[in-house]
Design a protein around this ligand. Sequence first.
Ligand code: NAG
Ligand code: NAG
Ligand code: NAG
Ligand code: ZN
Length: 304
Amino acid sequence: MSSTLLISCLFLAPYLCLGQWCYQSQYSCDDKCKEPRQWVLDFPVCGGQSQSPINIITRKVQYDPSLTPIMFEGYTDVMNITVNNVGYAAVFSLPPSVRISGGGLPDTYKAVQFHIHWGSNCGPGSEHTVDGEQYPMEVHIVHIKEKYNTLMEAMNDTVGVAALGFFFEISPRENKQLNKIIDALGRVRYNGNSTEIPGFQLVDFLISLENFSSYYRYAGSLTTPGCNEAIIWTLFQQSIPVSQEQLAVITQQMLFSTGMPMIDIFRPVLSLNSRIVYTSQACPCVLSGLITLLLGLLSVFELV
Ligand SMILES: *[C@@H]1O[C@H](CO)[C@@H](O)[C@H](O)[C@H]1NC(C)=O
Ligand SMILES: *[C@@H]1O[C@H](CO)[C@@H](O)[C@H](O)[C@H]1NC(C)=O
Ligand SMILES: *[C@@H]1O[C@H](CO)[C@@H](O)[C@H](O)[C@H]1NC(C)=O
Ligand SMILES: [Zn+2]
């Protein structure tokens, strides 16, 4: 076993050593890796009842007043971060000084990494969908409970990991703050490549932390094998802009470990089953429903 693979086994993805899994885009006659529907064969948890991603049906979400705005710590710090092509994604490592708390989370969580899911040819690429709509990209910022040292350790706890998901939406104007990330992806074309981004700020590509008080919350899993059901998911309603041109560059730069273009790197949605998706936002439709009801009552009594 090469030392790179060994390192990725120990620290990044121990599951890589157990079997060849891949995204649907990589499955072919030449490469009989296991595509998402077959992950369960090697990783039984991938067939569990609390899997991610899911489709969020907005008329079924439940308002939870405990979902106050998330406290972001270190998101405006200027840092030097490392990006690695791990063969199926680009992983941007983050220091533990980046933290989140509040927002109904049971603990303070420190950041480990972030990564991005995308499609191909400017097509859909997000993992979660909202009312069936798949966005062009979705970034996941992964945090673990402060008391844990590694993602592996945190996976053992059903609320050990807090992941933040941000959707991207096509904008006519480019999001200049994304260019640092896009350039870095170009420098990690091949599996095992890594590069530094000096002077990076998380808030850069999020534009502003002010806009993120409305979000969905549910209990789910990792979206790659082993699919551990250990994740508190937070998905923000506010999306981040990306231009068509930027999206095209992002999806064309990197290669899978097999040398094929790294495209369509998302797991298809799974059933919600008995879970409930909560929202931080008191539903405006409840209010309009009440007004309609009142008007209806008033008209019955011929008051209007
Ligand atoms: C980032 O790296 C530069 C050199 O490339 C160094 O001067 C600077 O101190 C580093 N910043 C941090 C926060 O580590
Ligand atoms: C996971 O939890 C079990 C039982 O509590 C424990 O024996 C095991 O060492 C833990 N594994 C990790 C990686 O922390
Ligand atoms: C990227 O990986 C390829 C293939 O392993 C290697 O030939 C190349 O030197 C690497 N580039 C950098 C900048 O590390
Ligand atoms: Zn992800």
